[in-house]
Design a binder for this molecule. Structure first.
Ligand SMILES: NC(=O)c1ccc[n+]([C@@H]2O[C@H](COP(=O)([O-])OP(=O)(O)OC[C@H]3O[C@@H](n4cnc5c(N)ncnc54)[C@H](OP(=O)(O)O)[C@@H]3O)[C@@H](O)[C@H]2O)c1
Length: 300
């Protein structure tokens, strides 16, 4: 058995846990609700149940941990929770933290990036060994936020204007995190994890059109339209502001559209292209009613 690794869940943590366990590490996953997970059980992955946002973490969570892969949920009390988790990890004697931060944190202009930047700063000044990973938006967000409107209406709707994003595959982020967690030479470093090209949302829609064989259009939304949607969905005010701030960040450019070399260097290969990612997952974006869509080619 090699390291004892404590991981938060989230998109990356869930990809990372089996990968590390298969490589022979002892893996403990920190989650609010432990759920039956035969694959994890077979790999010997432990689930430690605790909610870092509402209570002190039980000491047993940190027992024997050599490296902690720390993912913060986006919660209103982010700053207080981040401070408390760092304090507890330090008090419990965790020697090394790999923090999953966020792409905008090296030039924070919006609240979420400022939260991340502050947590990164506190970690860097904590005296613990650390590495900071700053991924841009995951390609997987296209499932979370847009699958429904792509499948039902062949529309990609967002208030991102002509802005571009260097989307990254969360699986590449997990691979990079695995490298950082299990090899030496990364202490004190901060890595900006981006895809190798920044795409506008018009281009994302064009890629989907090519892959699906029916027209998918980008429909730019205004901030007011997004506000109305969020309000109707009952999204709390602070989260509405965070989402609107992020959309503005994309439209303004200069942060989330930057392409950095760090990810390719950590992986030893180029990061996944968005087109390749969409091709792999094309099944998930198929039209629900193909007869209602506009085919690209019509037979005469
Ligand atoms: N999504 C992206 O594109 C992206 C890109 C770069 C950076 N980030 C950063 O990555 C972090 C996580 O984002 P994510 O989208 O991967 O994960 P997420 O699913 O939103 O949150 C990560 C984990 O935190 C726990 N969690 C979620 N909501 C919570 C709540 N209200 N209270 C307590 N715990 C909660 C959940 O774990 P359990 O259910 O297992 O307890 C969840 O799996 C954020 O800090 C975000 O800023 C995200």
């Amino acid at each position: 058995m090699k390291n004892v690794l404590l991981l938060n869940t989230g998109v990356v943590g869930r990809l990372l846990a089996p990968q590390l366990a298969r490589a022979g590490h002892r893996v403990r996953v920190l989650t609010r609700t432990a759920t039956p997970h035969p694959e994890w059980d077979a790999l010997g992955i432990e689930q430690a149940e605790a909610d870092m946002t509402t209570s002190e973490l039980p000491r047993a969570v940190f027992q024997g941990v050599s490296r902690f892969f720390w993912v913060m949920p986006v919660v209103e009390q982010f700053a207080e929770v981040a401070e408390a988790v760092l304090r507890q990890a330090r008090a419990a004697g965790v020697p090394y933290i790999v923090r999953h931060s966020e792409g905008g944190a090296d030039q924070p202009r919006i609240r979420l990036s400022r939260w991340h930047a502050e947590a990164d700063r506190q970690l860097a000044e904590s005296g613990l060994a650390y590495t900071i990973l700053r991924p841009t938006s995951f390609m997987q967000n296209l499932f979370r936020d847009h699958q429904q409107s792509i499948c039902h209406d062949q529309l990609l709707r967002a208030a991102t204007g002509n802005g571009r994003q260097a989307f990254v595959d969360a699986a590449d982020v997990a691979d990079a995190a695995a490298t950082v967690l299990t090899t030496e030479g990364h202490a004190g470093k901060t890595y900006a994890l981006t895809g190798n090209r920044a795409y506008s949302w018009f281009e994302v829609a064009n890629l989907l059109t090519l892959l699906l064989g029916c027209r998918v259009a980008f429909q730019p939304l205004s901030d007011e339209q997004v506000a109305a949607q969020l309000q109707e969905a009952g999204v709390p005010r602070w989260l509405q502001e965070a989402i609107q701030g992020f959309n503005q960040e994309i439209r303004t450019g200069g942060v989330v559209d930057r392409v950095r070399p760090d990810l390719g260097r950590l992986l030893g290969r180029p990061p996944k292209e968005l087109g390749a990612f969409l091709l792999e997952h094309a099944e998930a974006f198929q039209p629900v009613n193909p007869f209602a869509t506009t085919p690209l080619l019509t037979r005469s």
